[in-house]
Design a protein around this ligand. Structure first.
Ligand SMILES: C[C@](O)(CO)[C@H](O)COP(=O)(O)OP(=O)(O)OC[C@H]1O[C@@H](n2ccc(N)nc2=O)[C@H](O)[C@@H]1O
Ligand SMILES: Nc1ncnc2c1ncn2[C@@H]1O[C@H](COP(=O)(O)OP(=O)(O)OP(=O)(O)O)[C@@H](O)[C@H]1O
Length: 289
């Protein structure tokens, strides 16, 4: 019986511009996706029973809505395979955190089952299956840090400087759909070039997120003296890039102290991660072409 354990890395949006809106309501973005060496882990086991079983459910997410199940079903429908698998998710990434946790779980499901079941699908096919699952899924299937346009599906690989990041989750779960539906969100930022984006530290969702969630505002204000702190995606996580692991570890210690000294007022969770140009998933798996 074959088994496989694969990473589901997190992403950060190093910058995010909203340049317009499609007729279906989806927002047109320009963003720099930075993959991280930190995330969930997905364990796969071949099963004689056709279809997908999950070892555990996620609170508040129905089985058929779980992005892992939706990704597996997309693969089963496309190939007509009668193979089966039991999947066990080790969840580390916060939901509604702007780190793309659910999207990365879905991408690892596509890439992992392709290997477990020896389906031989190319990355192009897997990326096509990824698109309807969510705007953030294709970048995790492609497996490289990227400059993205469209709704996040038009991707070009980028080589980003080697950096460390402190990532701070201030507590709230932000619904991507509700943040994107806020009336006064800036939606007409003039498009920029990829090279301009490399030095930009701006996120068009940040002002609205700060106003709607005082915890996000508090976390960004606290982090700002350490470097160019900003929001990832639609939040709730905020982050700060650092040039050394030691600096990042020092800030992480300060965050833990803050949590302990504010009578539970600051429900902060945090981690330190290294930015990667290639996804830890694609380094681990026998990568399809
Ligand atoms: C904000 C980002 O995280 C930046 O990387 C992504 O654009 C969000 O990607 P995601 O979580 O995979 O989002 P999806 O699951 O595709 O969409 C959730 C909801 O957010 C809104 N949405 C999402 C992406 C986008 N470019 N425009 C939108 O308006 C839509 O209302 C959609 O129904
Ligand atoms: N396997 C899964 N893991 C996490 N969330 C899932 C999963 N399947 C479905 N969901 C749903 O997707 C929602 C968004 O979860 P996710 O962790 O991807 O948020 P996010 O990090 O804010 O995403 P993004 O940065 O892509 O906007 C959750 O609130 C949950 O309802």
């Amino acid at each position: 019986m074959s088994t496989l354990s694969l990473p589901c890395p997190a992403k950060l949006n190093l910058m995010l511009n909203i340049t317009g809106r499609r007729s279906d309501g989806y927002h047109l973005l320009q963003t720099l996706f930075q993959l991280l060496d930190y995330g969930d882990t997905l364990h796969f086991r071949d099963s004689a029973t056709p279809g997908i079983q999950l070892a555990s459910s996620i609170e508040g997410v129905a089985h058929e809505d779980n992005l892992i199940v939706r990704a597996a079903n997309a693969l089963i429908d496309y190939t007509g395979t009668s193979r089966g698998a039991l999947l066990d998710l080790e969840k580390h990434l916060p939901m509604g955190g702007g780190l793309g946790g659910g999207s990365s779980d879905a991408a690892t499901t596509l890439v992992g089952l392709n290997q477990l079941w020896s389906l031989g699908l190319s990355l192009d096919v897997l990326a096509r299956l990824a698109e309807p699952l969510g705007a953030d899924v294709p970048v995790f299937v492609r497996g490289y840090s990227a400059w993205a346009e469209g709704i996040g599906e038009r991707l070009e690989p980028v080589t980003l400087p080697e950096q460390w990041f402190v990532v701070l989750h201030p507590g709230p779960h932000v619904s991507t759909a509700s943040l994107f539906s806020t009336p006064d969100l800036p939606r007409n930022t003039p498009p920029i070039s990829r090279d301009q984006a490399l030095t930009l530290t701006h996120n068009d969702c940040e002002q609205v997120a700060r106003r709607l969630y005082p915890e996000i505002d508090d976390a960004l204000t606290w982090l700002a003296p350490f470097g160019p702190a900003r929001l990832t995606g639609t939040g709730a996580c905020v982050f700060c890039p650092l040039t050394s692991e030691q600096e990042a570890a020092n800030i992480l210690r300060r965050i833990q102290q803050e949590r302990d000294t504010h009578d539970g007022r600051r429900q902060w969770q945090a981690f330190v991660a290294k930015g990667c140009n290639t996804s830890p998933l694609h380094i681990t798996v026998d990568s399809p072409g």
